[in-house]
Ligand binder design. Structure first.
Ligand code: ADP
Length: 249
């Protein structure tokens, strides 16, 4: 097992509010770990610490053994608010190609990669459109494509499906599972208990503020999942109840 992310004794304070306390978590390469917890428990704070966007008040976070002090260049983040994360004056293809500049690739290579990834996520036909010409679900698919094209070591997702309708949400969950089956390591923050179990290899539960890890559960479901049949398995029903109890405790 190859350890990718190590979080050791992380705590974070905003003025006199303790958002996170003594968080310890390890994620191996290729795992999809869901983080759930009640609203305001510090999920986004933890994700922002991992992304290098804020420095935790206490503790240490390392990616591939290297301590995170700044935004690491082998990491990508998909946020809930797709409408603010895509650039409206660039086409879908150019939005996806943009971060590849940091990888030092030629323009032709960047555009070819963007097109290939857009095809892979079912958006080949939208490459020349502008984000505002697409539905919310398609825009979030573009954000995911942009993250994938970059080939990060770790993909962070912060409530990525909170602003799309239920059917689109299921489609995007299945896209995330497809990406994980291709070997990507993913940390997904969600407040949706069913989603945390459906996509996760592990579900990590945070307590009410200050956020602490109260459970780290292995999801014993077959790795091939299906929106209908997986959700009716006794293991799924049992696990969502267990996570639900922990979140509401
Ligand atoms: P979650 O993502 O679980 O809803 P957050 O990490 O967004 O929780 O927030 C955790 C707590 O920290 C909340 O009480 C929130 O109000 C507070 N908080 C978040 N960001 C800031 C900030 N920039 N300044 C002050 N307090 C903050």
């Amino acid at each position: 097992m190859n350890l990718l992310l190590e979080i050791e004794k992380v705590g974070h304070y905003y003025a006199d509010h303790t958002a996170l306390e003594d968080v310890n978590l390890e994620i191996a390469q290729g795992e999809l770990v869901s983080i759930v917890g009640p609203s305001g428990c510090g999920k986004s704070t933890l994700l922002r610490c991992i992304a290098g966007l804020i420095k935790p008040s206490q503790g240490r976070i390392a990616l591939n053994g290297v301590q995170i002090n700044d935004v690491p260049d082998n990491l990508a983040v998909v946020f809930q608010d797709y409408s603010r994360s895509l650039l409206p004056w660039l086409t879908v293809r150019d939005n996806v190609a943009l971060p590849l500049r940091r990888r030092g690739r030629s323009k032709a290579e960047r555009q070819a990669t963007a097109l290939r990834v857009l095809e892979a996520v079912g958006l080949g036909g939208a490459a020349q459109k502008y984000p505002w010409q697409l539905s919310g679900g398609m825009q979030q698919r573009v954000s995911i494509a942009r993250a994938l094209a970059y080939r990060p070591a770790l993909l962070l997702m912060d409530e990525p499906f909170g602003s799309v309708d239920a059917q689109t949400r299921e489609d995007l969950e299945d896209l995330v599972l497809q990406v994980r089956n291709e070997g990507m390591t993913i940390l997904l923050v969600t407040h949706d208990i069913d989603e945390s179990v459906y996509v996760g290899d592990r579900v990590v539960v945070l307590s009410r503020a200050p956020g602490r890890i109260v459970a780290d559960l292995a999801v014993g479901l077959p790795s091939k999942r299906d929106q209908i049949t997986t959700r009716e398995l006794p293991e799924f029903v049992h696990m969502r109840a267990e996570v639900g109890r922990l979140v509401r405790a």
